[in-house]
Design a protein around this ligand. Structure first.
Ligand code: OAD
Length: 270
């Protein structure tokens, strides 16, 4: 066993040791809920439980490419509510930046499309936005790029963005169900084999292929789950640790144990 104890003390001690150099993060919607962005699958507060007003055949249809081709309206109703720019990064995002500043962070794989990792100051070359983001957008018919400023205006005014060239529907470069993940996601997977620590935070680990990244790290690599619920068969490996509480509280505890609390707060106040 690599960890002395299977708790945050054991993790903190391990991070301080020479053995822990490359930390990888896998993040999901739970790291942004304290910013005011709902997650997807929490029973009462999650997005999928609150989409009745959009009159969808099933909740995931709002992010389904086949559905969108015929009816992009529900997605844009949601996009108006979730538009990036309205929300501030959380303490957990600042923790990811702190890991980068201390040269521990190898890569942060995120499923989130809210771009809060970048906005918290995590270096762009350390972030893999596995499900894309709102940063760019294209026509789904002729693939032409659509201008950022026009997109922002349309989302703000609750209007449908229409391709200036072929009049097709425009979609942000978010990965919908039925679409492939970005190339950079697949090309960076091999690095996971060099992980000394994997921290999984705020995800139900239900959507593949993202969820299966937890299996790529070596058997001996400690894996830490910071989540409200126990997910992903956690505990199946000898160096699995879980901390079931809001991830902002968990990262604060870890930083306390490492003597990094002031730096964490300073980054968050930044
Ligand atoms: P989910 O909504 O499936 O899971 C969020 C997880 O975070 C749940 O296990 C919650 O209990 C937990 N959680 C919520 N708030 C938390 C907090 N403050 N601290 C710690 N944990 C918390 O979201 P994802 O796993 O990110 O895909 O969903 C994966 C993908 O499904 C999304 O990227 C999206 C969605 O369909 C696409 O849109 C393509």
């Amino acid at each position: 066993q690599v960890l002395e104890t299977l708790d945050l003390h054991g993790i903190a001690k391990y991070i301080k040791s020479d053995a822990c150099k490359n930390i990888f993060i896998m993040a999901g919607a739970g790291i942004s809920t304290s910013a005011g962005i709902p997650d997807f699958r929490s029973p009462d507060t999650g997005l999928y439980a609150n989409l009745a007003r959009l009159k969808l055949p099933y909740p995931e249809a709002v992010f389904d490419i086949t559905f969108f081709r015929n009816n992009p309206k529900p997605f844009y109703t949601l996009a108006h509510e979730l538009a990036p720019g309205k929300f501030r990064p959380t303490l957990t995002h600042s923790f990811i930046r702190l890991l980068a500043e201390k040269n521990y962070l190898h890569t942060c794989f995120t499923q989130n499309i809210d771009t809060l990792e970048r906005r918290a100051g995590v270096p762009a070359d350390k972030i893999i936005e596995a499900h894309g983001s709102f940063a760019t957008q294209h026509c789904i018919k002729c693939k032409a790029e659509y201008p950022d400023d026009e997109m922002r205006e349309k989302i703000k005014n609750q209007e449908l963005p229409i391709c200036n060239k072929c009049k097709g529907y425009v979609k942000p470069d978010i990965v919908f169900f039925g679409e492939g993940l970005p190339d950079e996601f697949f090309s960076s997977l091999e690095h996971l084999r060099s992980a000394d620590l994997l921290i999984v935070m705020g995800t139900s680990l239900t959507v593949h292929p993202f969820a299966s990244l937890t299996e790529i790290v070596d058997e001996s690599c400690p894996r830490l789950l910071l989540n409200l619920d126990l997910v992903g068969g956690w505990g199946s490996r000898t160096n699995d640790v879980s901390c079931l509480m809001p991830c902002d509280d968990a990262v604060r505890k870890i930083c306390e144990l490492l003597g990094w609390e002031e730096e964490l707060d300073a980054l968050w106040a930044d």
